[in-house]
Design a protein around this ligand. Structure first.
Ligand code: AMP
Length: 490
C-alpha cells in the first residue's frame, strides 16, 4: 500500500468555528460545491439545505473521493465530515438497484442515527433511497424485516451489523462503498475483530471504495487502513486552520497569592470536563496539583521528572476521561496528541508568545468547543503585550470576581474511573477480551465501558465512575480470558 503525502491544505481553508457556538454549523469558507463534479439535482438539493461552500475537510476530501479514491481522512464531529463521505457513497449508488450498496460503520448508536439522518437529507435529490440504521439495543426482528424489504444504505454499529451478516439477514454482495466512521473510537471500544469479520463479508478492496474517517491517527488506525484500504489518499488538515485566533480567550489579572486559587475558581465556574493547565515550572505544577487535589479535583501532574511508566499512566488516565486536569510544563506536553480538550489554562504567562499561541491552540480544535484562560500578574503584563502583538489583537480582560460556582453545584468530577489490570500484550490480552468479560460475563452495560488501553504488561480500562467499584470487584473475583486477574482502581 502506498499512502500519498497528505493533501495540501486547502486555500482559504475553513477555520474552526467559534467555541462560543458549540452546535453552530461548521465554518464553510472553502470552494463552492458547484466546483465539484456533481449532477445539477444534487447541487440544487445542497443549495436547498443551505450548503453552498465546503468546509475544510469537504474541500480536501470530496474531489478525491468523488474520483473514486480510497481515503484516510482526519476529521472530527462538527467538521462536516458526514457529507464528506455521504456524497461519494451516494454518487456510487444506483437507486434502481434494490440491494445494499453502501455500509457505514459507527462506534455508537447516537452517531449512527446522526449519520443516517444526514445521508437521508443528502439523498433527497436521488429520489427513493432507503437508509436503514442497524444498532444493538434495538430488537433484531424488525431490523431483519426492514432489510428484507430492501435497503440501499445501512448505517450501524459493528456488533449488530456483523450479527445481521452472520445470520444472513444482511447481504453485502452488491456493496460498492464501505465507510469506517470515527475509526479511532471504534478501535478504542474494542471493535477491531468485528470490523475484520465484517470486512470478510464485503467484496474485495478492488471492488469497493473504502473511506476511513478518524479524529486521530494512532498506529492501530494506520494498521486498520493498511488492511482494508487500497492505495488510500491521506487527507489531513493543516494545524494552521485551527489557530489560536479562533479560540475564545479570557485574561484575568491576579495577585501572586491568588493565582493557584484562581485555577480552582475557573474550574468551578466553567466546569470544563478536560483541561490542561500550563505552568512555567515543575514546582508550580506540584503546588497546583496539591491545591487542586485538596479541593477534591482529580488533577495529575505531567513534568520532566516523571519516569516513563508514570508518564504513560498519567496520559492514559487523562485520555480515558478519569482525570479532570492535566497540570503540565511546556516541555512535558511537547508532542502530545491530546484530543477533545475543553479548556486550556495558562497558570503562568509564558515569556515566549509563540508558546502561548501553541498552548491555546490545543483547545477549540476542529469544531470542538474550547476555551483558553490566562492568569496574569502585574509583573507579567509585558509578556501579555508581546502576545497581543503576535496575535494581532488586544486581549480580553475579565474580573476575577465573575468566577463563581453555581450554588449547590456538585464538585467537578471526571465521568470515568480507570481500572488497571496486571497483564497486557505480553499475556496476549486484547481489548475485546476485557470488554467481553465486563459486558458479556459480568453483565455490565456496554455504555459503562469507555476507552481500553493495552500496554505490554498492563491493561487500563475506563468505566463509568458510578460502577467502577462494582466492576473492580467483578474483575478481581471473576476471570478474563479464562484466567484470574488482579485489578486496582487508579
Ligand atoms: P458533521 O461534522 O458531519 O456532523 O456536520 C456538522 C453539521 O454541519 C451538520 O449539521 C451538517 O448538516 C452541517 N454541514 C456540513 N457541511 C456543511 C456545509 N458545507 N455547509 C453548511 N452546513 C454544513
Amino acid at each position: 500500500m502506498t499512502v500519498s503525502p497528505a493533501a495540501a491544505p486547502v486555500p482559504g481553508a475553513a477555520p474552526a468555528p467559534s467555541p462560543a457556538a458549540a452546535a453552530a454549523p461548521p465554518a464553510t469558507s472553502g470552494p463552492a460545491f458547484s466546483t465539484l463534479p456533481l449532477p445539477p439535482h444534487v447541487l440544487a438539493n445542497l443549495q436547498q439545505l443551505g450548503y453552498e461552500r465546503m468546509t475544510a475537510i469537504q474541500a480536501a476530501s470530496l474531489p478525491l473521493a468523488l474520483a473514486g479514491k480510497d481515503l484516510i481522512a482526519q476529521a472530527r464531529t462538527g467538521s462536516g465530515k458526514t457529507a464528506a463521505f455521504a456524497l461519494p457513497l451516494l454518487a456510487n449508488l444506483n437507486p434502481r438497484r434494490f440491494a445494499v450498496q453502501a455500509m457505514v460503520l459507527c462506534p455508537t448508536r447516537e452517531l449512527a442515527e446522526q449519520v443516517s439522518q444526514e445521508v437521508r437529507r443528502l439523498a433527497r435529490a436521488e429520489g427513493d433511497i432507503k437508509v436503514l440504521t442497524l444498532c444493538g439495543g434495538a430488537t433484531f426482528a424488525p431490523q431483519a424485516a426492514s432489510l428484507a424489504h430492501g435497503a440501499h444504505v445501512v448505517v450501524g454499529t459493528p456488533g449488530r451489523l456483523l450479527d445481521h451478516l452472520e445470520r444472513g439477514t444482511l447481504d453485502v454482495q452488491a456493496l460498492n462503498t464501505l465507510v469506517l466512521d470515527e475509526a479511532d473510537r471504534m478501535l478504542d471500544m474494542g471493535f477491531a475483530e468485528d470490523i475484520a469479520a465484517i470486512a470478510r463479508h464485503c467484496p474485495a478492496t478492488a471492488h469497493r471504495q473504502t473511506l476511513l474517517f478518524s479524529a486521530t491517527y494512532p498506529d492501530d488506525v494506520a494498521k486498520l487502513a493498511a488492511r482494508y484500504l487500497r492505495e488510500p489518499q491521506q487527507v489531513r488538515l493543516a494545524e494552521k486552520t485551527e489557530s489560536a485566533a479562533q479560540v475564545a480567550q479570557r485574561f484575568y489579572e491576579v495577585a501572586e497569592d491568588q493565582r493557584l486559587h484562581a485555577v480552582g475558581l475557573l474550574l468551578a465556574h466553567f466546569r470544563p470536563e478536560r483541561t490542561i493547565a500550563f505552568c512555567n515550572t515543575k514546582q508550580q505544577c506540584r503546588d497546583l496539583v496539591a491545591v487542586l487535589q485538596a479541593q477534591g479535583i482529580v488533577a495529575l501532574e505531567l513534568h520532566g521528572d516523571l519516569d516513563q511508566r508514570d508518564r504513560d499512566q498519567v496520559l492514559v488516565r487523562f485520555a480515558q476521561r478519569s482525570a479532570s486536569v492535566l497540570v503540565a510544563t511546556d516541555v512535558a506536553a511537547r508532542g502530545l496528541d491530546i484530543a477533545g480538550l475543553d479548556a486550556v489554562i495558562n497558570v503562568d504567562i509564558t515569556p515566549d508568545p509563540e508558546v502561548h499561541v501553541h498552548r491555546v491552540g490545543r483547545t477549540g480544535r476542529a469544531g470542538l468547543t474550547g476555551q483558553a484562560f490566562s492568569l496574569a500578574s502585574m509583573d507579567e503584563m509585558g509578556r501579555v503585550g508581546r502576545i497581543d502583538e503576535l496575535q494581532g489583537r488586544p486581549s480580553q480582560w475579565h474580573p476575577l470576581a465573575e468566577l463563581q460556582a453555581a450554588p449547590g453545584a456538585a464538585p467537578l468530577r471526571p465521568p470515568m474511573a480507570t481500572l488497571q489490570l496486571l497483564g497486557g500484550r505480553k499475556e496476549k490480552i486484547r481489548k475485546g477480551d476485557v470488554l467481553g468479560a465486563i459486558t458479556k460475563d459480568f453483565g455490565f452495560d456496554g455504555a459503562d465501558v469507555g476507552r481500553i488501553d493495552v500496554n505490554d504488561f498492563s491493561t487500563y480500562v475506563a468505566v463509568r465512575r458510578e460502577v467502577a467499584d462494582a466492576v473492580l470487584k467483578a474483575l478481581n473475583t471473576g476471570k478474563v480470558k479464562g484466567r484470574s486477574v488482579k485489578a486496582r482502581r487508579l
